[in-house]
Design a protein around this ligand. Structure first.
Ligand code: ZN
Length: 440
């Protein structure tokens, strides 16, 4: 009797764990053995897809990849046939805003000022699901835009299996120079103190404190705004000064947080790079000399071409396939082609949220439109992005031992990038979220 109760006591922690996993909706039975049989596999090693290859998944990880005939699947393995489809590593978007939705639905100012944070968090959960179902299994979410630290809760709910979504790398509030972001004061009564879309700082001490506060509350990355529309005529100019930039970067690095910099002007990009940031976001106005500096310092670049496409559609009557590109689109394309020519590391980062979540495929498609090969764009959204995230030992390629983060698309995106519009299979950590038999 005593022996039996002792045994039960030993089992209690396991029982509690299983019960809590069930309560959180984690389907542990789904994490079995899977044999995936697509038309071809694009592993991210090299540029071409391999016809007739298969992938074996065991306990959340990739166990084998190669010609289908060479793979021995254990008894009880579930088979998923994906005829006509290409299996790729799960895609990665390095610049998202799950707490925003398209500006032609609601202007940014109105989202920040009128939508309650609770409501925005529910929206973010729906956006996370749409992202995962589109084949994107990891996101770097660069700021909640006025929704505080709610991205940390979304990340937790996804990790606990409470809601479906990609792996999240979050930046919480982001850091801006005082009165250099929005909403207001420009365009509003100057005597109003409005809630802000990021954390304003002035001075080295405040900059250091903001990094420490954000990191302690869950920021995996620190996002700063190196420039914004603060010029006398509303033109983009640097905001944080070199001492503030350096204080943010050094404090973040000391505690193991990489730094992403919003920078659109040549001066802003250059100052951010000189301060030691890890990635540049947008970079539309950067010169060739500045891109050479990125290359030299190993700073990666997220071009966010789709953000410019989308705002041109909303506010400048641009119609894709019909109108001439707007001046802003031409500027973004010039920057992208220069970075490509110079050999800067380019990661797939779209600024999704400005446009609809779940249509993240638009950025790789825009990168191909503006000069990349489809295989280059796929690399930017898989192994290159994983490296920028410092996660390449965990995901971003299809190879034995890597997490089973996988997606399949009808057609072959390594030769026709538009195939990314048609996801037919999505798996994250060995759990299938979309199969040809499931209605998502
Ligand atoms: Zn952004």
């Amino acid at each position: 009797m005593r022996k039996a109760s002792k045994g039960f006591a030993a089992l209690l922690p396991l029982l509690c764990l299983l019960l809590s996993m069930a309560a959180h909706g984690t389907d542990t039975t789904a994490k079995g053995d899977w044999l995936l049989l697509p038309e071809r596999v694009w592993t991210a090693d090299g540029d071409a897809a391999h016809s007739g290859w298969a992938v074996l998944v065991h306990d959340g990880a990739i166990a084998a990849v190669g010609p289908a005939a060479s793979i021995q699947a254990p008894a009880g393995t579930q088979r998923v046939e994906l005829p006509g489809a290409t299996l790729t590593p799960g895609l990665i978007d390095l610049h998202s805003h799950l707490f925003l939705h398209p500006y032609n639905e609601t202007l940014w100012n109105d989202q920040v000022l009128t939508e309650p944070q609770d409501y925005r968090t529910l929206e973010a959960a729906a956006h996370a699901k749409a992202t995962l179902m589109a084949g994107f299994t990891a996101l770097r979410d660069l700021g909640t835009e006025g929704a505080g630290f709610a991205d940390v809760s979304i990340q937790r709910a996804i990790n606990e299996g409470l809601i479906p979504g990609p792996r999240m790398f979050v930046a919480t509030r982001a850091i801006v120079a005082t009165a250099s972001y929005g909403p207001g004061p420009r365009g509003f009564r100057p005597d109003l103190d409005l809630p802000q879309g990021a954390q304003p700082v002035s001075g080295v001490d405040a900059a250091i404190a903001a990094v420490r506060e954000q990191a302690a509350r869950g920021a995996d990355w620190i996002k700063l705004y190196a420039d914004y529309r603060v010029g006398a005529g509303g033109e983009t100019a640097p905001t944080l000064n070199p001492a503030e930039l350096k204080a943010i970067v050094d404090t973040a690095h000391q505690i193991g947080r990489p730094v992403a910099a919003h920078a659109a002007s040549d001066a802003g990009v250059r100052m951010a790079v000189e301060a030691g940031v890890d990635t540049i976001e947008h970079g539309y106005g950067a010169s060739e000399a500045t891109f050479r500096l990125l290359k030299q310092r190993g700073v990666a670049y997220e071009p966010t071409l789709t953000a410019v496409d989308a705002t041109s559609e909303y506010f400048q009557h641009y119609v894709p396939g019909k109108s001439e590109p707007t001046e802003r689109m031409r500027e973004a394309e010039r920057a992208f082609r220069t970075a490509l020519k110079v050999g800067v590391t380019i990661g797939n980062g779209s600024d999704v949220g400005v446009f609809a979540h779940g249509t993240n495929w638009r950025e790789p498609a825009a990168m191909v439109r503006d000069g990349m090969t489809p295989a280059q764009a796929l690399h930017a959204a898989t192994d290159v992005a994983a490296k920028i995230l410092r996660q390449s030992q965990h995901f971003g390629r299809i190879a034995p031992g890597m997490a089973a983060d996988l997606a399949a698309f009808s057609g072959d995106p390594s030769t026709q990038i538009d195939a990314l519009k048609k996801p037919v299979f999505v798996m994250k950590a060995g759990v299938p979220y979309r199969t040809p038999d499931m209605t998502p």
